[in-house]
Design a binder for this molecule. Structure first.
Ligand SMILES: Nc1ncnc2c1ncn2[C@@H]1O[C@H](COP(=O)(O)OP(=O)(O)OP(=O)(O)O)[C@@H](O)[C@H]1O
Ligand SMILES: [Mg+2]
Length: 292
């Protein structure tokens, strides 16, 4: 049986061919949100940041890439009528599977269908790619992944232009996110990694957590860690999850929403300066290359 190290080495070989190294002047900028420990707030951060970015005039799509469990739709309280499987094996179009969320964000419910997508015959792949290429009015694609560091998570990190790791100040979360940073560094997947510290009591605590990780990562690993911001530990978050309304919609002025607004401002700055990338058909091609 192939061990994990061997699989990871294979991934590294393939990733050099599929990593988005050059950023053309227009297109889509892809962010993958990942973590070590589960339940640290990835989905909430992805959904609320997407809405904050859309409010600032960017067109945002979220890809729910937690291949085990649906995440994004639960937080939003909207459920897909058409899945990617219906698109691939039925007569539904990709546009039918894309859901509209609050503020006009769009969501592709990925689910387990995503892996099958890469195993279609060439005729079916062409059909799907044509549909992907019809969705080009997107500025930012946010990929919400499951916890931990499996081959799938690594593939989505490889696939994106930017990786955003989420941790909390808890020692267990820090240890786990450090392991993720270590793997990204050892496999030379990314040189720069962005970090969000969630459930922090203050910006000071967020920065303290970041500094701890940055010192260790930059001393022992060949990566640069960048602080994208913190999100306050705020009871309104849990409250909104219960009501299935994103907190930035329900409580736009609460502490957590203010933090998300700051993060969105940073992303807008970078996406304008650094420009963006590929078309959706290239997004699709890259997915197939990495997972196929
Ligand atoms: N800033 C916050 N303040 C208070 N509670 C929070 C905050 N962020 C997240 N939570 C709580 O943590 C729970 C888990 O959040 P979320 O589902 O976004 O995590 P996740 O990292 O996506 O989890 P998974 O790894 O299972 O996908 C939420 O339901 C919410 O109750
Ligand atoms: Mg999640």
């Amino acid at each position: 049986m192939r061990d994990q190290a061997e699989c990871l080495r294979d991934l590294v070989k393939r990733k050099s061919a599929s990593q988005p190294s050059k950023l053309p002047s227009s297109g889509i900028k892809i962010y993958t949100v990942a973590s070590g420990k589960g339940g640290v707030g990835k989905t909430n951060i992805a959904v609320n940041t997407a809405i904050a970015l859309q409010k600032r005039g960017l067109k945002v799509m979220i890809l729910d890439a937690d291949l085990g469990m649906a995440n994004v739709d639960v937080v939003l309280g909207i459920y897909p009528r058409v899945t990617l499987r219906d698109v691939m094996f039925g007569d539904k179009r990709l546009q039918d599977a894309v859901m509209r969320g609050p503020g006009g964000i769009r969501i592709i419910p990925g689910g387990s269908g995503m892996l099958e997508m890469t195993k279609l015959n060439s005729e079916a792949q062409k059909k799907l790619m044509r549909q992907f290429s019809q969705m080009d009015d997107i500025d930012i694609l946010l990929i919400d992944t499951g916890a931990g560091i499996s081959m799938n998570q690594l593939s989505f990190i490889t696939f994106a232009h930017e990786v955003v790791l989420v941790t909390t100040p808890e020692p267990t979360a820090i240890t786990d996110v450090y392991s993720v940073i270590k793997i990204i560094s050892e496999l030379k997947i990314k040189r720069k990694i962005k970090l969000i510290v969630n459930k922090a009591s203050s910006d000071k605590m967020g920065r303290l957590t970041y500094m701890k990780l940055k010192k260790t990562a930059e001393s022992f690993l060949n990566v640069e860690l960048e602080y994208l911001g913190y999100v306050a530990d705020d009871a309104r978050v849990g409250n909104s999850v219960m009501k299935q309304v994103p907190f930035i919609m329900k409580y736009p002025n609460c502490l957590a929403s203010q933090c998300i607004d700051k993060i969105a401002e940073q992303i807008v700055g970078v996406s304008i300066k650094g420009a963006k990338i590929t078309t959706m058909s290239e997004v699709y091609n890259r997915l197939v290359k990495i997972f196929g």
